[in-house]
Design a protein around this ligand. Sequence first.
Ligand code: DHB
Length: 390
Amino acid sequence: MPERTRVAIIGAGPAGLLLSHLLDQRGIASVVLDSRTLEEIETTIRAGILEQGTVEILHETKASDRVLTVGQRHEGIELRFDGEGHRIDFADTVGRAVWLYPQHEVLKDLVAARLAAGQDLRFGVRAERVEDADSIRPRVIAKDSDGNTLQIQADVVVGADGSRSVVREAVSGTSGGHFREYPFAWFGILCEAPPSAQELIYSNSPNGFALISQRSPEVQRMYFQCDPETDTEAYTEGQLWEILQSRVPGTTLKEGPIFQRDVLRFRSFVAHEMRRGRVVLVGDAAHTVPPTGAKGMNLAVADVVLLTDALHALLLDNDETLFDAFPDTARRRIWKAQHFSWWMTNMLHLQPEANGFDRMRQIGELRSVVESTAGRAYLSEAYTGWPLRC
Ligand code: DHB
């Protein structure tokens, strides 16, 4: 006999956990499954920037207090190119801000909030497939870590299971999605050092892009553009500092021991289908952005806020309108974020094939942004995030 719940959520990442949290506040029960262990989930590396709307929803719904006590409010970023830094002032242009708060900390806060609320949250349970997507009782077939098969029947199944989503198969079959790859990646490091600047620096240099980000007063996060095939052990610590220093002309970065390295692939993806019957996709299962601008998790949060309203109307008021409209409504923001991430990526990175014209045009583009009130305002608006539910 299958188990029963109202909403079966596959994936205990930020999207799945936040959805279970918001549904609980509306009195809607859910079960959350994830094939990973809690430790694997909490140590997944993510970006460090939260949009203002993300912070508001986490705080207002009591999913995280620490976001405001530990997180740091940033009212601007610096774009550096052609030997000069240019501050984009969010407060001045759009009156909004972002918070530097590592996203795996958001995840820890969400796990703690869900466990405290008695959420049915199962780690080490791998969803294998979803059946009967077109009926009003879709079913998840899953296997636990002992190899036992379980079946969960729900009113709605949500795929919040990341870019290698299993649920996507039930939603879109072989229909795939819009896809783009980029000829570069980011080499990311974490180091023990004080911050090199008060705000983040996005630097377009003749040797390629670098991003100087932060984690805490003692730990810094930095990235530099590299070939996607680069091995994390390809460089000595001395070589890594030499590359990073050369990518941020005008600033001497504060160096310290590097204790973590990773290479991040760049992809843009939007699934053709986000819903089939009573099965829906949210977050990375439905779309992926390249990391420049840190939109990934913020976009997942926006999907979840919309879906919560839609599930409330469907399951408590018997009104299907918002649920039917969910993919089209979500796609409006998804494509704006896709554009922003693509634009920031292309404006700041050095294309392997770039010639003199391409390089000078890029500087012209950067200048048109920083020297224009409208240009700075667009960047600020997109970076700090458009209002949720629009
Ligand atoms: C970080 C990552 C990003 O992609 C970005 O645009 C800003 C910050 C980070 O990991 O800190």
